[in-house]
Design a protein around this ligand. Structure first.
Ligand SMILES: Cc1cc2nc3c(=O)[nH]c(=O)nc-3n(C[C@H](O)[C@H](O)[C@H](O)COP(=O)(O)OP(=O)(O)OC[C@H]3O[C@@H](n4cnc5c(N)ncnc54)[C@H](O)[C@@H]3O)c2cc1C
Ligand code: FES
Ligand code: FES
Length: 482
């Protein structure tokens, strides 16, 4: 059993133990390693100032490459098995990196506080694309905010910078020996203790559920994009943390007949790549989920287990016969069961999981050719924002002359109740009917009557009702008129 997190930091091997391992990564970089190029501004994953690059051999980016993550909302312990790069590590000797040069030449920096974050996000993007057009650059920069330069010079720098083999940080740092060392360590469980807190990362599911049963109140740590924000706001870390990052089977996305199965460690970026063909609407929708930095770390299972009524993936999973697959231990052996999404959400932030159960994976239907699925999200800002209301609508139709007769309807919303919901009454009102403007109007009115959203900071009850009704109208019109 290891008692240290193994990390390569700008090419240097580090074994991080005890108190240091339970610090937030950005704090550790700045205070313990003296790498103050990484800035902390929001400490909530919102501004990108703390962006660093991470390469983790388990993640399905083939060939292994560095990807941008926020370092303010993840603990050092979670980085076990990773090679991390900060802004101090990207120049080659005395020579600035292509992105650094372009930022200087295009005047992409004024006060400079956001600059390392932009430089790292763009360095990660160039590792994948070698050069960037404006649209791609903007997509990669949705997680970075600048208050004083304005974005134009930064975007110019992004499209001016060109990557070449000799400048590739992946080529320079991800050597055979380094990757072998990191991979080798992933075969041994990890236990870190500091004060009252225990961080356990086993290599088998059996050990994971054993730990869960022995430590009531334990919390599974996914990427901590939810938990890290809460910790930075003052909520103490739970005493017993369980990380599943060493259990290799939980990194898989599998297709079995028409079902897609996604392991608990699969990131949203990995998921997006994996479902492009099987669930194209969902893959495109994931573009609106947070920033690249968040998606490169956050898991689908974390989004579900967080049990928020506005989790973006939940309406899609409700209309796609989603199920969570959970495990626990009984009399020394692993017990597994599945819970359908229709029975998963009991109340606000309350799931139908037993206290010692953990989610191992989630499964859902492939989207078929004869289904018309659309997913919508309304938020105050298009990119990097949590939704006010979201909806997923799925119709199966058959042609009756020129008309579309509805064989099956599934409607689900987020943000209109204490939990994400399906609307069986509205679905019934569509069943067997011909889709036309009158029906769309009637069902939209019915939706307004059925739902009873809460008023909160993101929107009033009335606003949410109108949004929910209009989203369905939008869907209906898109189905009717293409
Ligand atoms: C800046 C920012 C932007 C965001 N944007 C969006 C957005 O656009 N849409 C959206 O829906 N969300 C958004 N989020 C919320 C968050 O990123 C997602 O909910 C994400 O999917 C959580 O995944 P995670 O792996 O980080 O979960 P974690 O934070 O690690 O865990 C979340 C919860 O799930 C539990 N958990 C995790 N794994 C398991 C498991 N295997 N078994 C049992 N319980 C488990 C944890 O114990 C915890 O209670 C955003 C967050 C931030 C910080
Ligand atoms: S400091 Fe703002 S995203 Fe980390
Ligand atoms: S250069 Fe000042 S915040 Fe961006």
């Amino acid at each position: 059993m290891r008692d240290y997190s193994l990390i390569y930091l700008n090419g240097v091997r580090k074994e991080v133990r005890g108190r240091e391992a339970l610090l937030m990564l950005a704090d550790w970089l700045r205070k313990e390693e003296g790498l103050t190029g990484t800035k902390i501004v929001c400490a909530e994953g919102d501004c990108g100032a703390c962006t660093v690059l991470r390469a983790f051999p388990q993640i399905d980016n083939n060939p292994l490459q560095f990807e941008a993550i926020n370092s303010c909302i993840a603990t050092v312990a979670q980085m076990d098995g990773s090679h991390l790069l900060t802004v101090e590590g990207i120049q080659n000797g005395q020579e600035l990196s292509p992105v650094q040069k372009a930022m200087r030449e295009c005047h992409g920096s004024q006060c400079g506080y956001c600059t390392p974050g932009f430089v790292m996000a763009l360095t990660g993007a160039l590792e994948k694309h070698q050069s960037l057009d404006k649209k791609t650059a903007c997509n990669y920069l949705t997680g970075n905010l600048c208050r004083c330069t304005g974005y134009q010079p930064i975007i110019e720098a992004a499209i001016t910078a060109k990557q070449s083999e000799e400048h590739s940080v992946s080529k320079r740092y991800l050597t055979k020996d380094t990757v072998a060392d990191l991979s080798h360590h992933q075969k041994e469980s990890l236990l870190i203790k500091s004060g009252l807190i225990t961080f356990f990362a086993p290599v088998t599911l059996q050990e994971a559920v054993q730990f869960a049963s022995e430590n009531p109140g334990f919390k599974v740590l996914g990427a901590a994009t939810d938990m890290g924000v809460q910790t930075n706001k003052g909520k103490p870390l739970p005493k017993h943390l369980l990380s599943l990052h060493l259990i290799s089977e939980l990194y898989e996305v599998r297709k079995e007949d028409t079902r897609i199965s996604v392991g608990a460690r699969v990131t949203l970026a990995q998921l997006r790549r994996a479902v492009e063909k099987t669930n194209p609407e969902f893959a495109v929708f994931l573009n609106l989920f947070a920033s690249p930095q968040i998606k490169n770390a956050a898991t689908l299972v974390g989004n579900i287990a967080n049990a928020s009524p506005i989790g973006d993936t939940l309406p899609f999973l409700l209309v796609s016969h989603g199920k969570v697959h959970v495990a626990s231990i009984e009399k020394g052996s692993v017990q597994k069961r599945e819970i359908a999404f229709s029975e998963l959400f009991l109340d606000y932030k309350k799931l139908a999981l037993k206290p010692s159960e953990i989610i191992t994976h989630v499964s859902f239907d492939e989207t078929c050719q004869d289904q018309i699925l659309k997913i919508y999200k309304v938020s105050q800002r298009k990119d990097l924002d949590i939704s006010t209301v979201s909806g997923a609508f799925l119709l199966k139709t058959s042609l009756q002359g020129k008309d579309k007769k509805i064989e099956e309807a599934r409607l689900a919303y987020g943000g209109v109740a204490a939990t994400p919901v399906r609307l069986p009454e509205a679905e019934k009102a569509l069943q067997g009917k011909v889709l036309d403007s009158k029906l769309i109007h009637e069902v939209s009115e019915l939706i307004g009557k059925i739902i009873s959203p809460q008023t909160d900071l993101r929107g009033s009850q009335t606003y949410r009702k109108v949004l929910a009704m209009n989203l369905f109208k939008k869907y209906g019109r898109e189905v009717l008129h293409g």
